[in-house]
Design a binder for this molecule. Structure first.
Ligand code: VG1
Ligand code: CO
Length: 560
């Protein structure tokens, strides 16, 4: 039976502007009449002529509204000339798995249904993101076009009669007005697990995890926080690497993450931190809702900052077979990330890039063969095996480093600092502030720090004095396509290299979240406490920005 295409009249919605990583709004916003339909139609239209006859990947982190949105995308794609969709079973695919699938299947792109580290459920957030054919988040020019189309949209197309059952793996063909359209519901984990097996030495890791090669099993606590990684974690760590059932927790993806805030940091992954603090584990790890972030802690909850995590992995790339096979190109980090990896890059004679916040800025450098390992301070680590950050990959990388060195996490870090010195780092998040005063704070602070007399000024606090070397609103020219991204965050760099960085989040769904990043390098004094070492700079940052006055907040929501 041939199914027919229907054209539905619609009107533009305001604010369908993708942020740091896709469009994120409350579920209640996405479920307004035609809201999701409009945005999906604009994503497809932004692909232009390439859409006809294309293959797309569709899946998400399993949060509330994922399944409904996936089914809508099937009906809209069928009506817009797409030939084939690869859909994760029950609409579920982690963000790294989508990136891998796009590349593996040479698809035109993928639609990722996630609000990542934001809470889920009917009262919370949903999100939609488009990844391009390299597997990476669409670049600014592409998302700007989606936004422009969303302001002009008059109608969208769909095939209302198309009924699909995405709960069963298998391929179904449809006749859409005489053209063939195929939906293949795929096992969510199989391709990703195969990919990880190509990258890491699973046989070696299995002997290490099970204790065959060391005489005692590795004591792990892997917390999926009820996000999408649950099924991947069970297959990889339990079935392939032989870890015990007690090594994994919260591995059932739930639509509201069981009420957890699936953001792997010291505040929201408190349960993991408190459990590992008791001393019964060698490594603890957590992921965010869509599986691209990771937090690593060692025995007794020894915290590894993501900036250090990146640097350590860079130092030990020989522990990962993938890099032996593919070679080691350059490294990169986002601007607010502390520069620990730069020191490793310098020692190894590699290019090191500093890009704006957001994984989309790494893609071009990877595609050009100049970048193999990168990270963000926001618990993002990854390599050029895909074009997204990859939480499970990061844990496998750390276990590989532990196996390779025969050392625990704290010792690995201490040794690293003894060679390179230490970049102390902290981030303060002030979540859900009022937008207008935050915008005012940003513009006032920008004026202050870019006025000519600011460079050279000294600030003192807690017995320390810092002299300003440079200050600006960070802008970035992509070395490959020369595209320019401006206003990527206020930064003040002092003469000793210490930095204060401040920006507004681009992933929140309402209000404003202020992020304040502080880092400072010490060559010798490497065993201090970050909160103590950085206190003077924090006070200086609060004074320059007048943050308490503008936000009305005396303390941050989250400290990293
Ligand atoms: C945050 C992080 C950024 C990360 C982005 C997406 O963005 O700071 O480093 O790339 O989230 O991560 P923002 O604009 O809120 O600071 V994810 O795991 O939410 O896709
Ligand atoms: Co995420």
């Amino acid at each position: 039976m041939s199914l027919s295409v229907e054209t539905v009249q619609t009107k533009p919605y305001e604010g369908q502007k993708p942020g740091t990583s896709g469009l994120r709004k409350k579920v209640k916003v996405f479920t307004q009449p035609n809201y999701t339909e409009n945005f999906v139609q604009c994503i497809l239209d932004a692909n232009g002529a390439a859409l006809a006859g294309s293959t797309l990947v569709v899946g998400g982190d399993g949060r509330y509204y994922c399944k409904e949105a996936a089914e809508l995308i099937v009906r809209i794609s069928a009506a817009n000339g797409v030939s084939k969709l690869l859909v994760g079973q029950n609409g579920i695919l982690s963000t790294p798995a989508v990136s891998s699938l796009i590349r593996h299947n040479k698809a035109l792109g993928g639609i990722v249904l996630t609000a990542s580290h934001n809470p889920g459920g009917p009262e919370n957030d949903f999100g939609i993101k488009f990844n391009c054919e390299n597997g990476g988040p669409a670049p600014d020019a592409f998302t700007n076009n989606i936004y422009k189309l969303s302001t002009e949209i008059k109608n969208y197309k769909l095939v209302p009669q198309l009924q699909i059952d995405i709960s069963k793996v298998g391929e179904t063909s449809y006749d859409i007005g005489g053209k063939k359209f195929v939906v293949e519901v795929i096992d969510a984990v199989a391709n990703y697990v195969r990919h990880m097996e190509e990258i890491f030495d699973f046989a070696k890791l299995k002997d290490f995890v099970s204790g065959k090669s060391t005489g005692k099993p590795l004591k792990m606590r892997i917390d999926s926080m009820n996000g999408v990684t649950g099924s991947y974690v069970r297959e990889i760590f339990l079935n392939r690497l032989g870890a015990s059932e007690a090594s994994v927790v919260h591995t059932t993806p739930l639509p509201d993450f069981g009420g957890l805030h699936p953001d792997p940091n010291l505040t929201y992954a408190k349960d993991l931190v408190e459990t590992v603090a008791k001393g019964d584990y060698d490594i603890g790890a957590a992921f965010d809702g869509d599986g691209d972030r990771n937090m690593i802690i060692g025995s007794k909850a020894f915290f590894v900052t993501p900036s250090d995590s990146l640097a350590v992995i860079a130092h030990y790339l020989e522990a990962i077979p993938y890099f032996q096979k593919n070679g080691v190109q350059g490294f990169a980090r986002s601007m607010p990330t502390a520069s620990a990896v730069d020191l490793v890059g310098k020692k190894l004679g590699k290019e090191v890039f500093e890009v704006p916040t957001g994984w989309k800025y790494f893609g071009n450098l990877m595609d050009a063969g100049r970048l193999c390992l990168c990270g963000e301070e926001s618990f993002g680590t990854g390599s050029n095996h895909i074009r997204e950050k990859d939480g499970i990959w990061a844990v496998l990388a750390w276990i590989s480093v532990m196996q390779h060195t025969g050392k625990g996490i704290e010792d690995i870090l201490k040794q690293h600092w003894s060679v390179y010195g230490r970049n102390y780092f902290t981030r303060y998040d002030y979540e859900e502030c009022e937008l207008d005063p935050c915008n005012e704070m940003m513009s006032t602070t920008e004026k202050t720090i870019t006025s000519p007399e600011f460079v050279g000024r000294s600030f003192s606090s807690g017995g320390k004095t810092y002299k300003v070397r440079e200050a600006d609103n960070f802008s970035y020219t992509d070395p490959v396509d020369k595209s320019v991204a401006t206003k990527q965050g206020l930064r003040i760099v002092f003469e000793d290299g210490s930095r204060i960085v401040m920006r507004l989040s681009g992933t929140g769904s309402s209000g404003a979240t202020v992020r304040l990043y502080i880092d400072s390098y010490e060559k010798e004094n490497v065993l201090g406490q970050a909160s103590v070492m950085l206190k003077p700079l924090i006070d200086i940052a609060l004074e320059i920005s007048q943050l308490p006055k503008f936000t009305g907040r005396q303390a941050p929501t989250v400290i990293t």
